[in-house]
Each structure stands twice: as structure tokens, then as C-alpha cells.
Ligand binder design. Sequence first.
Ligand code: MSP
Length: 537
Amino acid sequence: MADLSKPIYITTPLYYVNDELHIGHATTTLYADTIARFWRACGRPVLFLTGSDEHGQKIHKAATAAGTTPRGFADRIVSKFFELWESLDVQFDIFIRTTDPFHEAAVQKVFERLRDNDKLYKSAYKALYCVECETNYTDKDLLEGKCPIHKTTPQVIEEENYFLKLSEFTDTLKQRIEAHPDCIVPEPRRNEILGKLREGLNDTSVTRVQFDWGVPLPWEKQHVIWVWTDALVNYISALGWPDANTLPTDAFDGRSRGAHHTPKGVKPFEYWWPESVHLVGKDILWHHSVIWWSELIGAGIAPPKQVFAHGWWTVEGDKMSKTLGNVIRPGDIAGKYSRDALRYHVLREGPQRGDSDWRQAAFVTRYNADLANGLGNLMNRSLNMLHKYKGGVAPPETAFADTRFEGLRQSLIARVNGLCDTLIQRVAGFDLDGALEAVFDLVREANQFVNETAPFKLAKDPARGQDLDASLHTLLEVGHALAYGVKAFLPDASGRIAAQLGIDTSTSLPQALKWGRVKAGQQANQPEPLFARIEAE
Ligand code: MSP
């Protein structure tokens, strides 16, 4: 069971500022936001970092094409990132930009350490470089001469560069991954990396000379540090590595929410880094394990605790691409159907384990079945009956006189009381879909309970007043549990359920998510539909 007193530091990749964000980016960010919200709701100390990757050839190229400077271009796109995250209510604690001066200084310090530890050497460089990936390939990595991800012909680059002695780290990395089976999850991704390590690692170029949009190497300024070995450092520069007493972004208006809790007198890097969890997509797992860990170990810094790599979305069976015109924009989905609807689809149907296909028909089916007819209908009919038969006032807790109904009530009590532990266990294992499954099992059972106990029939029989109270009270307990149960996953619905029940959800989850929290005499508000059904489109 997760230790709720232990901090957790959750990061997303820093997204490139060459373009607007799509559903792939929003997926990693929504996974991270959900996990951050969940642990915060449990009272666990959380630090959630996101940001923007602004250096490199790709950004330079996009800025030039737009007739502007890379910095001006980045400013414009970053403000769009902010707008999107705000519209989706993503509650990151820190937003870092790789052009932040404190970050650039940290990157230079890491490189000085690599030099001092004899992990760098200069050599002639001839390589195949995919600008879209900002990554080197060898002939054997290519598929029919093209980048395996972007299907484009890589550039041939010849220059004298600094190389990182990646080959030295093969055994260290293998041993680490074998000794800590959870350091890369899920398991198939870990095996993928182990497989590549068994083939051995080649040293890799980590500076460039024919290009200047990046962090200069401190001792040879004509060299610019490779954008990946620059950007990855954000995960520690954001914490003020090596020895700052406060988070560097605390000085920036609006870029640090200040909701995190680094204990007084402790350096943020020492507090958060040992509990770091990187969330990434499968295409950048190589960079986040092999490259990043080698860079860290080479500089004498411990690698992160864990990397979780999810799969990719396709759209109606096709690769998502601008050329095909099928790019899913998260803001459009949230605007049309609500941001909870977007979150729900990403969490239930998204590529948490393998790849997933975004299908509009599946979106509508799930939304209608689970949100409109499931959760929405349950809350609506529970509260309607409470108003109709009790003036909206919670009856006292009582058992059913009818023993069969009492059996149904006991089953719901057990389900509510077991829910928090199930959620903790599943979120700790990055099983957000499974966590929601447990919540919606409760919704399904409660809807069945309404059908079986039929309070609308009980209300017609004055002799069955006790059973009517038992039924309505049970439904209020379930509503209370659901307001907490969906808090991290469907934050807007949680707030609305709580408002309708006349409760707040500020108590910590392990204390509040259990039976017996409804007070007799508590007044509920009028129900309002939580999710309007989507009619045929
Ligand atoms: N800038 C680097 C990350 C540096 S982190 C120090 C980068 N940026 S990116 O803008 O290209 O964003 C990549 C993220 O988006 C990855 O996690 C990637 O897996 C994700 N996705 C891009 N397309 C995707 C899909 N079609 N589906 C799911 N996620 C996808 O890489």
C-alpha cells in the first residue's frame, strides 16, 4: 500500500513549442494531473511539473518559417499552452521553460560535471539526424532509409562534436533496471529497454556547432548542447539543483502555483527528487531512461525513481497527422462536450497500456452509458426522490426491515468502505482506468439498488416508511462517496455533486471515503443534470 506521508514529484515531458498541442500531449498531461489530484486529495505531498521545450533545430526552423525569432515564437506558443491547460483546469505546480536562465545555468553545470568526470570526448561526427525527433539514428534504426517515427529521410551531419560515453553505462543501466523492476513501467516497456541494452550502447554526440539556438557549452561557446541533454535537465533544474533553498520558479508570477509543500529548512531537490516519477509517451522512453540516466549518473546524480511510458493514439484507425487533417484538439472536445467528458474518455479509452484508437462512436457510447445514464442519472433520481419524499432532508441511517433489501444495502456498504484502498492501489500502479472501473462498479450497483428497492413504490405504502428511509439514506451515502470517488478523475462533476448534496469535499480521501458520513437532517439542494445525453450526431 502506498505510503501517504511520502512525497511524490510528478512530471510531464516539456512539449516542443513548434506547434499547438493535440490529444497526445493532453493525454500525458491529464494522466499526470489526475495522479497529482488524487494524491493531493489523499493528503500526500505532491509537486507536479510541466513546461515547454524551446531550443533546438526544430523550433529554430518553425520560427524562421513564421518569420520571427525563436524566442518570440516560443512566447506566443507558450501562451497557448497556458490557455489550454487553464481551460482544461490542469493544476500543475510549476511551469518551466528551457529558456529560463536558471535552467540554462543548471544544464551548463551538468556538462561541467560530465567533463570533470571524464564522460565526454571530442570526435568527428557523421550521423543521421531526424530534426522532428531531434535524435540521431544509425542505419540499422531506419526503416527503408527513413526515420521510424516520422517516415522522413534524416539529415546527414558531419562535424566535430563532443560525445557522451554512453557505452560505459550499458551494464550500470542493465543492473539498475533488473534490481528495480518498477523503475520502468509497464513491464513490456521495461523489457524493450532491456532488450536494447543487451545489444550494447553506442556513444552519442551531445553538442552541435553549425547551429546556435540552444545552451552554449561553457568552455567552448561555439558548441551548443544537444536539445535533449538540455531539456531533460529541467526535471532537476526546476527543483533548484544542486543546492537552492527554494524552487526557482517561485520568483515567477503565475508559473508556480505555490500549492506544493516543501518542508521548511529542506532543499527542494533533496526532498522531491528521490520520489520522482516521469510520465512520457513510448517514443521518448529511450531518452528518458537510457540518455537521461546516463547523463545523471555521469554527472554524479541519482536517476529518477520511476518512468511510466504510455502508448499512442491513432484516430479512427489512422495515424494522427496534420496532413490527414485528423488531429484531435483537446480544447475542441472539452468545449463541445465538457472537460470532464474529455478526461473520462482519455482515462477510460486512452493508451495507458498499449496503443488506442480514438473513435467518435466509442466516445459517444461511453459518455452516454457511464456519465449520462450511469452517474448522472443516479444522482438525479436519488436527489429527486429525496426532495419529493423528504423535502430534500437526509433521513437517519436505518437498516431495512426487508431482509433481501438489507442484503443489498450491506453490499453497498462494503463496496463504499473498500473503495478508497482500491483507488490508492490502482493509482499507485498507474491503473487509472481500473480506478475508474471501481468507481463505476459502485454507480452500477447503486442504480440497480434503486431499481430493486424502488423507493417510489415504498413511498406509496405508509407501512414501509423505515425501508423508504433506509433506501434514501443509502443513496445519499453513495452520493457522498461518489463526490469523493470521482474528485481526481472528474473534478467538475465532483464539485457539482458536492454542491447538490450540500457538502464540501475538503476532507482527505481516506477519512471521507467511507460509510457513515451523512448526517440525519442534512439538507440537499435541487438536483441539476450532471451530463446531458449526446443525441445521434
Ligand atoms: N520536447 C520533447 C520532450 C522533452 S522532455 C524533457 C518532446 N516533445 S513533444 O512535444 O513532441 O511531445 C511529446 C509527447 O507527446 C510524448 O510523450 C509523446 O508520446 C506524446 N505524443 C505525441 N503524439 C502522440 C500520440 N499520437 N498519442 C499519444 N501521445 C503522443 O518529445
